[in-house]
Design a protein around this ligand. Structure first.
Ligand SMILES: Cc1cc2nc3c(=O)[nH]c(=O)nc-3n(C[C@H](O)[C@H](O)[C@H](O)COP(=O)(O)O)c2cc1C
Length: 408
């Protein structure tokens, strides 16, 4: 039986309406848009349509449902998909769901302190936007809108190397802190230049994607015939395009024209020799690699399975996190991503030792549904859920969130 919400969505009538959360954009800023290809056919649908005017997405999965309707199918498949059979994609969620919380009562939670310190930066709350590619697939302003949305919510955005607008333009639009993510490309001079461009426009940290010597098996992309539409470009890679800015391996090959499958730890030392901001290694899954990351001079690590888009059947990051945290023993900050959808997930990741978390797909769904206001709202929803989780678990400060929050 379809639910009322399914009816709303499948009749193409789900509109973004009034806002409920403090600090979010007024509804008028969120442009209502109907899903294409559907008509209101029955009186029941018409009733659903009028009800939908007042309805709005209230949690991150609501945004996913709306984005499925709104975004071009090829773009939605690209964003939502994982590698191969999507086993890790499923586990990423299941592991968070399985963890149970252990609250305390009669703790004064009338004031909450959600701040965390990373390097010399103070974040008002421990949720960042993970680097993701090609934002103009789902919104004409792409990363510009994302930067505005992140700034309005007070979140740090990690701008991606594979952005569809140059990092200089993202920085101009940004009203909040910006970090930059890059791969170490075969063309080292280009990589160095790109990092210096990002530092030059004020990016305060670098995330080096370390888990992608090749691209994962993406059956969903292949089935949806995913390719970057001709009107969009990998704007940071202008100049590299002649040597092939493409990430797709030639037919019958696994190696892409630009990613370097020969990278070893010495490239991190090379990078450290000129980087002027903290360098984080993104994609650490093994405690031994966490140790090597510290030895190579990394300032931080991101425990990530790339949102389950690379090597299928690796464990969910929340399962690995405690082992990595043990090994690192507080020497450098640890961030964590992949599958975080609820404020309780943020609480769980912090309880198991993460200093902060990142979200990927959810803010892209917000961007697809409501542009910059949609991004802001997605962040505000999960931020407020995190506050509720802190209050109801009796942990008034981020410092007070420890392993005892998890029910043994
Ligand atoms: C559409 C999309 C594009 C992505 N592009 C990149 C990328 O270019 N570089 C990178 O390091 N990670 C990339 N990621 C991974 C994210 O940085 C992050 O690790 C992941 O999305 C977190 O999982 P979540 O989407 O379940 O929150 C991408 C993720 C998505 C969904």
């Amino acid at each position: 039986m379809p639910t009322r919400r399914d009816v709303l969505i499948s009749s193409g009538s789900a509109l973004v309406g009034a806002t409920l959360l403090p600090g979010t954009a007024p509804a008028s800023e969120i442009k209502p848009k109907r899903a294409s290809g559907h008509t209101v056919a029955t009186s029941e649908d018409a009733e659903a349509l009028s009800a939908a005017v007042d309805s709005e997405p209230v949690c991150l999965s609501d945004y996913e449902a709306l984005a499925r309707e709104r975004a071009p199918k090829m773009a939605f498949e690209y964003i939502s998909g994982g590698a191969a059979d999507e086993i890790t994609l499923k586990w990423n969620r299941e592991s968070y769901d399985k963890l149970r919380l252990q609250p305390r009562i009669f703790v004064d939670v009338s004031k909450l302190d959600t701040r965390v310190k990373l390097f010399d930066q103070e974040l008002p709350f421990p949720i960042l936007l993970a680097p993701t590619a090609y934002h103009r697939l789902v919104h004409p302003e792409g990363e510009i809108a994302t930067a505005r949305g992140a700034g309005a919510a007070g979140a740090t955005m990690v701008a991606g190397m594979l952005a569809t607008v140059p990092v200089e333009d993202i920085a101009k639009a940004a009203t909040g802190p910006l970090w930059f993510q890059t791969y170490i490309l075969k063309d080292r001079a280009f990589t160095r230049d790109l990092i210096q461009r990002a530092e030059g426009v004020g990016c305060k940290a670098l995330c080096i994607t370390s888990d992608s010597p090749v691209v994962g098996v993406r059956n969903r992309d292949a089935r949806a015939n995913f390719s970057l539409p001709p009107n969009l470009e990998r704007a940071n890679l202008r100049g590299l395009m002649r040597t092939g800015g493409n990430l797709r391996p030639p037919e019958g090959d696994i190696y892409t024209p630009i990613l370097d499958a020969s990278l070893t730890w010495k490239e991190i030392e090379w990078l450290r020799s000129f980087a002027r901001v903290p360098v984080l290694l993104k994609g650490v899954l093994n405690p031994d690699d966490a140790e090597l990351a510290i030895k190579s001079g990394a300032s931080g690590i991101i425990v990530s399975n790339h949102g389950a888009r690379n090597l299928d059947t690796v464990p969910p990051t929340i399962d690995i996190l405690p082992e990595v945290v043990d090994k690192v023993a507080g020497r450098i900050p640890i961030l964590c991503d992949s599958g975080i959808r609820r404020g309780t997930d943020v609480l769980k990741a912090l309880a198991l030792g993460a200093n902060a978390v990142l979200i990927g797909r959810p803010y892209l769904y917000g961007l697809a549904v409501g542009g910059d206001a949609g991004v802001t709202r997605v962040i505000n929803i999960i931020k407020n859920e995190f506050k509720v989780a802190m209050a109801l678990s009796g942990r008034p400060t981020t410092a007070s969130i420890d392993g005892s929050v998890i029910w043994k």
